[in-house]
Design a protein around this ligand. Structure first.
Ligand code: ADP
Ligand code: NG1
Length: 488
């Protein structure tokens, strides 16, 4: 059982890549540094690729999923978050082709083949339900095409095989791992600068083609993760990741509630983003900023006000007094027409919103940001205890449950069971409304006991858990490295 720094499984390899570019390794070097399971997985993708396309791939791309330790639903408000990369990742094998086609094949048959001309890549989203899986890949392609102003060499195509083991739609960022893998593959083939910050920003922007207004945490950790450390990721004034060493006696467990939720299939995620933007604009207007319409992120407002998070919290309590804001309240507040509200303030899938819980959402964002700062400071202090970190994680879950209303009965059940068996630091991770919790244990023994208890008390009662390999559903984890390229 590895602790939060991954000790016990440290590989001696040190990347020679000392700039901020994605690491590129020779396939043969991997034999020295990766474990057998990983190498077997690569071999089988290579075989699959050769069977499908009749030749070897030119390179592989690896992009990890992530678990967010603390700092939920605040990245799109501009505030820092604290995730770490998982071992579970998207792996793909790729080569150029000269027919000008994009061929996508997935080793998991539930994701059917896809083919299109590279010059006519289009993301067609359904009017309801989840997007087709390949659209996430197309987002990455469009991201690089946008970056290159759509200049594409003629007869340029790509043949790809994808293999992923990040549990999908579970808050562990399988979608961003896929989008980021596509972005990196395109960037590598097109000889775009492989700067990690640049690629993370492109991937964050282009994933919004899928319809959700994410904040960039997932793509940032996908590229900027470092083995052995969590990352404190800031988005302002620019994207920046600082390694945070987690305590030696911290052991993180991820437990999947097995309630799946595809963010792009419902309006819940975007509704929260909209509520945050509206709260921010109301506060900006009340503080007499003429450009209030453009002030949509709390961090921007905070910088303009030159205040601290506690002062911003007080401003919210003073100004956003209603529990529920109606459309009429918003129109009156901004002195705009309903048409302008729909056109300029709402998104396609939030245009029918009738009620807005502005105070609750704003309070969550500011209080969660305070918790992130406390968590990071504790990790760097001598007076740290696992209990103090646990209290912050518990506070985060309660806020997500009651103020942000993005939890789920099964997530709450997992958190309550955790507490019952003595693990107080447990919270939903990722977007919520289903998916996983992350829990903090203080020893390998507690970790093992905890996993066992949840197997008995939660999974044994859950119909969805039947016939599942529970080791993939509940597991301990420690920080892994970010995106890499392996040359064949
Ligand atoms: P998450 O929280 O995991 O990012 P999302 O709902 O945003 O969840 O995205 C999940 C979607 O990403 C899946 O429904 C599927 O379309 C796509 N996806 C994830 N993993 C894979 C994979 N291995 N192969 C193909 N598509 C995948
Ligand atoms: P996941 O858990 O991958 O659905 C989403 C957003 C993040 C962040 C979290 C909540 C995307 C791609 N990801 O993550 O940016 O806002 O929710 O903290 O939209």
């Amino acid at each position: 059982m590895s602790n939060s720094n991954g000790n016990g499984n440290i590989d001696s390899f040190q990347s020679t890549n000392n700039n901020n570019n994605v690491t590129i390794l020779d396939y043969k070097d991997l034999l020295k540094i990766k474990d057998e399971i990983f190498l077997k997985r690569l071999e089988s993708i290579k075989d699959f690729f050769e069977n499908e396309y009749g030749h070897e791939p030119e390179f592989f791309v690896k992009v990890p999923g992530r678990v967010n330790i603390i700092g939920e639903h605040i990245d799109y408000c501009g505030y820092p978050v604290l995730p770490m990369a998982l071992e579970q990742c998207i792996l793909l094998a790729a080569s150029k082709n000269i027919e000008g086609f994009l061929h996508l094949k997935n080793s998991d048959k539930k994701y059917g083949n896809y083919k299109c001309e590279m010059k006519s890549v289009r993301i067609d989203l359904p009017s309801s339900g989840s997007p087709q899986w390949y659209n996430y890949f197309l987002c990455g392609i469009k991201g690089i095409l946008d970056h290159l102003n759509n200049v594409l060499p003629t007869n340029f195509g790509m043949s790809i095989v994808i293999n992923g083991n990040v549990p999908p739609a579970a808050g562990l960022s399988s979608s961003s791992a896929l989008v980021s893998a596509a972005t990196l593959t395109m960037a590598f083939i097109y000889k775009v600068n492989l700067n990690k910050n640049l690629l993370a920003s492109i991937a964050a922007k282009c994933e919004r083609y899928i319809g959700t207004q994410g904040g960039g945490m997932d793509q940032a950790i996908a590229f900027l993760a470092k083995k052995g450390c969590a990352q404190f990721i800031e988005f302002h004034p620019e994207l920046n990741a600082t390694s945070v060493k987690l305590p030696d006696n911290a052991y993180f467990v991820v437990a999947n509630s097995l309630t799946q939720i595809n963010k792009a299939a419902t309006s819940d995620f975007n509704e929260r983003v909209i509520e945050c933007r509206l709260s921010c604009r109301i506060l900006a207007k009340r503080c007499n900023f003429n450009n209030w319409k453009d002030i949509t992120k709390f961090i921007h407002l905070q910088n303009l006000l030159q205040c601290n998070l506690y002062e911003l919290e007080q401003l919210i309590l003073n100004e956003l007094t209603k529990d529920i804001y109606t459309i009429d309240d918003i129109l009156e507040e901004f002195n705009i027409s309903e048409n302008e509200l729909i056109m300029n303030f709402l998104t396609e899938n939030t245009k029918d919103m009738k009620m807005f819980k502005l105070k609750q959402r704003a309070l969550h964002v500011i209080q969660e940001s305070i918790r992130v700062n406390k968590f990071r400071n504790l990790c760097e202090s001598d007076s740290l205890s696992i209990d103090m970190l646990s209290q912050l994680m518990k506070g985060s879950h309660n806020s997500l449950r009651h103020l942000y209303e993005c939890s789920h009965t099964n997530l709450n059940k997992l958190v309550e069971l955790s507490e019952e068996v003595g693990v107080t630091g447990a919270r939903l991770t990722g977007a919520g409304w289903g998916g996983c919790i992350v829990a903090l244990c203080d020893s390998p023994e507690q970790c093992q006991r905890f996993i066992q208890e949840l197997k008995e008390k939660y999974y044994s009662q859950l119909p969805q858990a039947k016939n599942k390999n529970l080791d993939e559903v509940i597991f301990s984890t420690c920080p892994q490295s970010g995106a890499e390229i392996y040359l064949c």
